[in-house]
Design a protein around this ligand. Sequence first.
Ligand SMILES: Nc1nc2c(c(=O)[nH]1)N[C@H]1C(S)=C(S)[C@@H](COP(=O)(O)O)O[C@H]1N2
Ligand SMILES: [Mo]
Length: 547
Amino acid sequence: MMPTKRPSWVHGLVAGLLVTPVLIVLFVLGERLAGLPLLPFDLFDTIGRVLPGPIITLGIDGIVGVVRLLGLDSDLSRSAKLAEQILALFIFYGLSVVVAAAFFALMNRFRPIRSTIPGLVLGLTYGVPLMLMSLAINRSATAETLTSSVWIVLLIVGWGMIVGMIYDVLAAYATADDMKVQVQGLNRRQFLVRVGGASATLTVIGAGLGTLLSLPDGSQTIATADPNATPDPDAMPLPNASDAVQPAPGTRLEVTPIDRHYRIDISALPPVIDEASYTLKIHGAVTNPVAWTLADIRAMSSRQDYITMSCISNPLGGSLIGTTLWTGVSFQQILEQVQPTSEAVALRITAADNFDEYVWLRVINEDERVMLAYEWDNAPLTTEHGFPLRIHIPNRYGMKQPKWITDIEVVTEMGDGYWVRRGWSAEAMVRATSVIDTVAAEAIYEQDGQYLVPVGGIAWSGGRGISRVEVRVDDGEWQAAQLRAPLSERTWYLWRYDWPFTEGDHSFAVRCVEGDGTPQIEVSNDVRPDGATGVDRQRASLSFPTT
Ligand SMILES: Nc1nc2c(c(=O)[nH]1)N[C@H]1C(S)=C(S)[C@@H](COP(=O)(O)O)O[C@H]1N2
Ligand SMILES: [Mo]
C-alpha cells in the first residue's frame, strides 16, 4: 500500500460526521430511559437565551414557515417544538463535526505522540464546558446532578477518544509502517466506510430503541372538533349547558382537552419541579415575606374560572389558543398577606426556566381575577403547562403569564419581561379576534323550503366580552350570527350562522364586536409586536346534496 500524507481536517470532518450520530442517540436514550440531560437541547436553549431578539424571531419565523409549508400548522405548537428539537440535534451535530475537524488540524500542526491521550484531552476540553453549560440551564433532567454531569463528560470523552483513535489509524497510513493497518489490508477510504457502517448500525439500533420508548416531546395537539366525539359522562356540566344555541358541527371543542392544548415555551423540554422540595418565595418590598409550600397555597381559599388563553404569536385563525378550567388563589389575597410597602409598584415573577415577567400591582388591585393557579381541569398542572404554579392575568396574552413560577419579588420599579426585552408588546393586551372553524356542508338541512348550511367558530376579546358576530358570504351584507353563552366572561364565544345555501364556490368572512361596542380590528396585522388582527376567511365549494 502506498504511503500517504497525514490525515487532514477534512478527514476530521468526515470522522465527526460518522461518529457523532451515536453520541446524539446515546443522549436521547439517556433522557428517555433515565431522565439524564439531553445535552444538544441544553446547547440549543443556551443559544436561544443569548441570541438577540430579532435573530430569535427570524429563527422562530423560519421554523413556523417550514411547519406551515409542510402543512402541519393545524398542530402548530407541537410541530414547531418538534422542529426545534430536531434543529437542536443538528446544531450539536454540526458543532461536533467542526470540533473534530479542528482536532485533526491541531494534531497535524503539533504532530504529537499518537494514541488516545489527545483524544481524551479533546473529550475533556469539549465535554467539560458543555457539562457546565448544561448544569447552568437544564431544568428538565430528573437524574442526580452528579450523575448527569458524569454522564455528559463520559459520553463526550468517549466520543473524543474514538475521534482520536480514528486519527491514529489514518495517521498510520502516512508512516506506512503500521503492520496492524497493513494487515487489515484496508485503505483509508475503506477504513472510514467501516467506521461509518458501525456508527450507522449503532445509530439505527439506538434510534429504534428511542422510537419504541416514544420520542421526547411533551407538546400536544390542539383541540379540533370531532363530530363523532361523545361527551364524557363524568365531566361536570358546563355552565352554559342549557343554552339553546348549539355549535355548528365541526366547531372546535368548547373546552380544550389538556393533552391537546397548545404549548409555547422557551426550552426544548419543560422544566421538571419536585414538589417535595418546592417553596414559593415572595419577598422584596414587603413587610411580611413568605415561603409557601404548595400545600400552603392549596389550603387558601380558591377560585375557579373557565379561561381562554392565547399566545401573542397566534396567527389569525391559528391554533395557539385554548380554553381550560383554572383553579387558584386570587393575587389580591396574596398581596394582603405579604403586605407590599408603599414604594412597591410591581411583581417580578421568575420561573424555573429563567423566564421572567413583571405585573403591575395596580393591575392586581383593580382585578381580583388575577390568579396564582395550581390546577387545570381539576387536576394539578401538568409538567408542560407549568407545574406547580402559574399566573393568570385577564386580557393579556400568554407571554405575560409565567408558568413554573419559583420566585416572586415585589419591586419598586417596573421592568421588561423576557419577551418584552425581545421586542414584543410591553402590555400585551389581547386584541379581539373571530374565526371560522367550519362550513358544515354535510349538516345541511331544510327549513320552510330553504336549505341551510351551519357555519360556526369562535370570537374572543380577552375578558371584554363579545356583543356581536357577523358573517359575510361573498359580496353580500354582513349578517348577524347567533351567540352561544360563553363559559365565563373570559372565554371565547361559540357562534353559528345558518347560511341560506346556494350551490357553487363561496367565500365566508367573519368579524366581531366587543362587549362595549368596540369593533374588532379588520385591518390585517402580523402577530408582531402586538398580536394578529384581521378578518378570518374561508372558501368552500358547495354542491346540492345528492341523496
Ligand atoms: N416559565 C415560562 N412561562 C411561560 C412561557 C415560557 O416560555 N416560560 N411562555 C409563555 C407564553 S409565550 C405562552 S403563550 C404561555 C403558554 O402556556 P401553555 O404552554 O400552557 O399553553 O405560557 C407563557 N408562560
Ligand atoms: Mo406566547
